[in-house]
Structure formats: C-alpha cells, structure tokens
Write a protein of this length. Structure first.
Length: 369
C-alpha cells in the first residue's frame, strides 16, 4: 500500500466486499440456515490461514533470525491482528453443527465416539481459540525489534509455541474437515492442511510486501527471501497432497477411496485442476527464477494464484460432503464477506504501521549476470 490513493482504493474495495457479502449472507441465512453454515465453514477455513501463518513465521524468526524481517515485520503484525476477528468468525460456522457433521446425529455408526462427540469438539475448539490468540498476543507484543527476534531468554516460548501450533492445527484439520466423513482417514492430511493454511497467510503477507515500491537492493533481496519461503512451502504442500493421493489410490480400500471418488466426479472436477494449476504449477514456475523473485509484479501474481487455489481447495474439501451443496452465490458471498472483513483489518494494521522507520540502503538495480 504505497500512497494515500492506493489505500483509499483498497479500503473501499474491502468495505464493498464486506457489505455486499454480508447482505447476501443474511439473505442466504434467512432462506436456509444449514446452507449458510456450510458456506461459512469454507470461508472460515480459508481465512483462518492468514493469522496462523503470520504467528508461525514470527515464531520461526524468533528461533532462526534473518534480515528479511526488516520488510516482513509490519505485514506480519497486520496479519496477526486478524486473529480475534477470525476466531469470532468460527461461531457462525459451528452454530449449525448438526447440519454439518453427521457424527452429531443420534445413532450415527461410529467406532470413535470417545473423540467425536459434541462436548469434546466444543472443548477442543475453545482450546484452539485460547492457544492461538495467546500465541498471537505473544507474537504481536513480545519484546522484539523491527528486525530482531525475541530475546534469547524468551526463545523457549517461541519453540514451544511452534510445537503447540503444529499439533493444534493438525487436530483442528481433523476436527473441522476430516470428520466430515468419519470413515476416511489419512495420516498425511493434517500436514497438508497445515501447509495450506501457512501458504494462504504467507501469500497475503507477501502481497502486502510486494505492494510497497521497494527501490533498494537489500529490500528487494529480503522480498526474494520471503518468496523463497513461499516457494518451499508450496512444494511441500504439493508433495504431501500427491503422496496422500498416491497411497490411498494404490491401497484402493473401500473406506478410503470413496472420499476421492466423490471429489473427482462432476461438478467438483474443475476445482482440483484449479487447485493444482494455481496452487503449484504456475507459482512454481513463476518463483523458480532468481530474477522473478525480485519482481513485485511476478510475486503479486504468484500470491494471487495461490489464494485462488486455496479458495478452490476449501470448496473441494468441504462441499462434496453435502447434498445438495449450498448454492454458489452463497458460497461466494461467505468468502467475500469474511474476506472483506479480514482484508479491511489487515489493511488498517498495515497502514497504521507505515510510519515506522524505513531503512536507507543503496538503490537496487537488476542483475545482468
């Protein structure tokens, strides 16, 4: 966001998304509450990745350091600010618990009632909210400099926080997505969803970084460093997704293969092609070259593609479980409404921190080597 004019345009766009989407969501909820809850669940699962990724990357920097935080600190802080908002967004998603999860119905044939029960589900959701908001507060207000990591005496908190994030996001993926079909299980699923959430948030943060007109060598190099992190995690996500598919397809077990058969059949088939192309193939080739990582336009394009991919992925994971699925206009309205609110808060946080000290370094010139 460079300049008052760009900020106004961004703010008006996000506000329009919020208002338009909210009105359509209210209409959809009045028509069919169950369909609204299902559509909102997809939106919640998408935008949750924004604060989760920001907290994760901040804690990683506490342990590893790196001068790339010079340009990433403000966008990461702005993304972390969205954690309370996204936490509140879980309420409409799980308000219609009985219309979303079949295991809540009386007499549902399950062998794991000790885990899949409403009291346990509610307790785990409350635990995730407390843990994630606590780590967000630590990542946002911990004693750090603009580029310095946490004080060494407190780095153990960051280490434990990363372990807690890894386990909690894995269990959240099981609770909120995998339990839609309790008979299906994949040990790789939590890893894939954790990588997906991380890529969602990192793509938005990197978009915020690329929106600045970096004109100095070090700042362009730091932007390229963050782009390398995005590329690495994109490759990891694609690898885990492919390995999961390959193992299940080769096993050909009736309890597992049905999960993929439903999602590979119309009308869901196009979503998997969008997910693969926009989530891996195109960003991989865009970010593979060193010169491309220094281009704001290329990085913005790659990040936008990844966000489109994650949107398609959420619909592909959740909606095939419901018959009939929510109408497309309601799915889009939920994504737009929550997305507008998250972007508005993210932009406000980024704008508010623009007065921080800027580093003055030599002007960047593209390498011809």
């Amino acid at each position: 966001m460079s300049g008052e004019r760009g900020w106004r345009l961004f703010k008006l766009t996000a506000l329009a998304m919020l208002v338009l989407g909210a009105v359509e969501c209210l209409i959809g909820a009045a028509i069919d509450v169950a369909a609204f809850c299902r559509a909102w669940l997809c939106a919640y699962l998408l935008w949750l990745g924004v604060p989760l990724a920001a907290v994760t990357l901040t804690l990683v920097h506490d342990l590893s350091g790196g001068r790339w935080m010079i340009i990433a600190r403000r966008p990461l802080a702005a993304a972390i600010l969205t954690m309370p908002l996204v936490t509140l967004a879980s309420i409409p998603a799980f308000a219609g618990l009985h219309s979303i999860y079949g295991w809540t119905h009386p007499g549902a044939p399950l062998g794991n009632n000790f885990y899949l029960n409403e009291a346990g589900f509610a307790a785990r959701c409350a635990g995730y909210a407390v843990l994630w908001n606590g780590l967000a507060a630590f990542a946002l207000w911990g004693p750090r400099g603009e580029q310095e990591p946490i004080a060494p005496a407190l780095s153990w908190i960051s280490g434990l926080g990363l372990v807690a994030l890894a386990f909690s996001t894995g269990f959240a993926a099981i609770d909120w997505i995998l339990s839609l079909e309790p008979g299906f299980w994949s040990s790789a699923f939590p890893y894939a969803q954790g990588a997906s959430w991380f890529n969602t948030g990192l793509a938005l943060v990197l978009l915020g970084i690329a929106a600045n007109n970096w004109r100095v060598l070090a700042e362009r190099e730091h932007m390229a460093d963050v782009a390398r992190i995005l590329l690495a995690t994109t490759i990891f996500w694609a690898y885990v997704e492919f390995i999961q598919f390959l193992i299940i397809w080769e096993g050909n077990l009736r309890t597992e293969i049905h999960w993929y058969l439903v999602r590979l059949a119309p009308p869901w088939t196009p979503l998997i092609y969008i997910d693969a192309a926009c989530g891996f193939v195109l960003p991989f080739f865009l970010l593979l070259w060193t010169a491309a990582k220094h281009s704001r336009v290329v990085i913005a394009a790659a990040c936008a593609l990844i966000l489109v991919s994650r949107l398609a992925e959420r619909w592909w994971l959740v909606l095939p479980e419901f018959s009939p699925a929510p109408p497309f206009w309601l799915d889009a309205a939920a994504m737009i409404a929550l997305g507008g609110a998250v972007l508005l808060l993210f932009g406000w946080g980024l704008r508010r921190s623009e007065r921080l000290r800027r580093w003055r370094l030599p002007v960047w010139r593209p390498s011809h080597g």
